[in-house]
Design a protein around this ligand. Structure first.
Ligand code: 4GW
Ligand code: MN
Length: 373
């Protein structure tokens, strides 16, 4: 009698385990699908650990548009008459430098519409820098990639402070919660790591290009698909006319960001770069790894992420370069060559926005640079 009882109870146990497993897999299936569908609302709040799961190759092919032929009328280019002669429009490695007058936006828009491009604009608003978001997004709605699909990716540690902005059709505001760092240098530098990680986990499934910029800025004229290419950098508004010796590259040989005095093409700004998700992944991965190597050796490059970016671009040349039209500071006034000021710095109340210790660091560094010429 006993063995039969045992057998019965173990069969029951097996059955219960089986039911439990079926219910578990059903629940996880529902949960995964629910997570995916959360992507659709305009404002998406997402856990930093989230991993997007779409199959890239399948989703991209599914969305390919059907080729159509359309004619367009515009002024004929003249092989013997350059549109502008006052600025450099091509680098020695044949990358265009983007200036007003050097492109026809209608042709470019038609080309990028044919490809149905989707652009991601990444911006960090950590701690008090959330105050810049309202103007940043409002002006981007007016001037950034108008008529194209845009995802704003706002990285923040203060989700509650994100303004509730309604964005136009075809555009989405995605808020990504990230940790904040105590040192302001780390706040700035860790952007590379976070862009890299999110490129791999989510951006690669959602957008074709990434544009990565500072938040203490506003758009004041059009910024469109003319900037899009494999990988681009932007001429720093303080150094477009400088000689190599005046570029503030990292010069100490112990740092991975070191650039020797007889090398360097341009001085690129840390606050404006981009390209395809794949290329931005490579760039940010390089910069983050270089920073980690330096950290282990107790050294930090002079201008933080900007120094590592400049090192990357020296040996991985950008395929387009944005002129200072795309990154200007009105404190510099205007310039004859500057036909448009597309993206300009918002004046910061340094005392209110930055902590005092950081201010001291900053003024010491500026004084040192002045002294060095
Ligand atoms: C000193 O106290 C700080 S705080 C220097 C940068 C800080 C900071 C920067 C911050 O507290 N929160 C934050 O989100 N950021 C992000 O890093 C923000 O996107 C900002 O635009 C970017 C670079 O810092 P920044 O604009 O102050 O740098 P600069 O003056 O070189 O444009
Ligand atoms: Mn800035």
């Amino acid at each position: 009698m006993q063995p039969e009882k045992n057998e019965k109870s173990s069969t029951r146990k097996c059955f219960c385990v089986l039911i439990y497993l079926v219910l578990l897999s059903l629940a996880s299936f529902c949960w995964i699908n629910l997570k995916r569908s959360r992507w659709h609302p305009q404002l998406t709040i997402c856990d930093p650990q989230t991993k997007a799961q779409t199959d890239v190759s399948v989703s991209r092919l599914e969305h390919l548009p059907i080729a159509s032929l359309e004619s367009m009328l515009y002024e004929k280019p003249n092989a013997l008459k350059p549109p502008r002669t006052d600025v450099l429009m091509l680098t020695p490695w044949l990358a265009p430098i983007i200036w007003e007058g050097g492109f026809n936006i209608d042709i470019l828009n038609a080309q990028f519409h044919q490809r149905n491009v989707h652009v991601g604009l990444t911006v960090f608003a950590i701690k008090k820098y959330t105050v810049f978001l309202q103007i940043f997004i409002e002006t981007a709605e007016k001037f950034f990639m108008v008529g194209h699909k845009v995802n704003y990716y706002v990285f923040t540690d203060r989700i509650k402070d994100i303004p509730n902005i309604t964005v136009a059709e075809g555009r989405q505001l995605v808020v990504l919660e990230v940790p904040s760092y105590q040192r302001w240098q780390d706040v700035s530098m860790r952007r590379m790591e976070m862009i890299r990680d999110h490129s791999q986990q989510r951006f690669i499934n959602e957008v074709d290009y990434l544009v990565c910029v500072d938040v203490d800025m506003k758009f004041s004229d059009y910024v469109g698909v003319e900037i899009l290419t494999d990988v681009f950098g932007t001429l720093h508004p303080g150094f477009y006319g400088s000689s190599r010796e005046h570029f503030t590259f990292e010069r100490r040989k112990q740092s991975t960001a070191c650039i020797p005095p007889d090398e360097g093409d341009f001085y690129y700004a840390g606050g404006y770069f981009g390209g395809t998700v794949e290329e931005v992944f490579k760039l940010t991965n390089f910069c983050h790894n270089a920073m980690m190597t330096d950290k282990a050796n107790h050294i930090e490059a002079i201008w933080h992420d900007e120094s590592y970016l400049n090192k990357y671009f020296l040996y991985h040349k950008p395929t387009k370069i944005l002129s200072p039209e795309y990154l200007w500071d009105n404190n510099f006034g205007g310039r004859d060559f500057l036909k448009k000021r597309r993206f300009v710095a918002v004046p910061k109340n340094h005392n209110a926005i930055r902590n005092r210790r950081a201010l001291n660091d900053y003024s010491r560094l500026r004084a040192k640079l002045k002294f060095l010429g």
